[in-house]
Design a protein around this ligand. Structure first.
Ligand code: HEC
Ligand code: HEC
Length: 175
């Protein structure tokens, strides 16, 4: 009985997960979750990614950027947005491989000038999606930077960016 309950709960969560992202069609290239479950090996790579790359900001979902973006970022961690984010070479390889595996397959994701996008926040789709947000909402101390996704998207770390989950500090929900 107990097991049955657990199984149906897991099934409900799974279906729920699929449903959650099914309405994000226009966000095609920005869809932040993987539809296929991670293999054991990929799970440990994902954990390593979170451990290493979440020291200074949230662990952005790999599917926000295409392969060539992650490739470039992982090849120049010593010069990472004004900081040094280098780590053990073997770990770098594992994390890079993980990011490349789950990267977006949409190679049209570029920066505003058509070059390789290093920032999610400077891709044209992102900029368009966030154009109505005022400067003050971003520069306030509770947010500081548009790269601080989880300041406004309360479930960003879990890979969910639905509108009803947005809560901008000191401004509230986005209507
Ligand atoms: C030592 C601190 C540090 C570590 C460790 C770090 N980063 Fe960063 N990262 C930064 C800073 C600083 C920025 C710029 C943030 C801003 O503009 O507000 C940044 C920005 C980014 C951005 C662009 C965000 C956007 O869309 O504007 C990506 C992508 C990124 N980092 C990926 C990674 C990955 C992958 C790792 C792990 C390999 C990593 N970071 C580890 C400091 C770090
Ligand atoms: C200052 C608050 C704020 C920050 C920081 C922020 N966002 Fe947003 N984001 C919003 C708001 C508000 C919207 C809805 C805009 C609209 O509908 O006009 C939005 C929309 C989105 C959407 C589209 C959701 C949908 O269902 O249409 C995605 C995806 C998204 N943001 C991802 C990100 C990512 C990734 C980051 C960090 C790199 C980020 N956001 C940083 C406020 C923020």
């Amino acid at each position: 009985m107990k097991t049955l309950w657990k199984v149906s709960l897991a099934a409900a969560l799974l279906v729920g997960g699929v449903y959650l992202y099914a309405d994000d069609d226009e966000m095609e290239h920005a869809r932040p979750t993987q539809s296929k479950p991670l293999s054991k090996q990929d799970q440990s790579a994902a954990a390593l990614y979170k451990k290493e790359c979440r020291a200074c900001h949230m662990a952005y979902q790999p599917s926000f950027l295409p392969k060539r973006s992650w490739d470039k970022t992982m090849n120049r961690l010593d010069n990472h947005f004004g900081t040094d984010a280098t780590m053990d070479p073997a770990d770098t390889k594992t994390v890079k491989n993980y990011l490349m595996t789950y990267a977006s397959t949409n190679d049209r994701i570029t920066d505003m000038r058509g070059g390789v996008a290093l920032r999610i926040s400077q891709t044209s789709h992102f900029v368009r999606e966030h154009r109505e947000i005022s400067k003050k909402m971003i520069t306030q101390s509770a947010v500081k930077s548009i790269a601080n996704c989880n300041a406004c998207h309360t479930k960003a770390e879990a890979g969910s960016y639905r509108e009803r989950e947005i809560n901008i500090p000191n401004y509230g929900r986005w209507e």
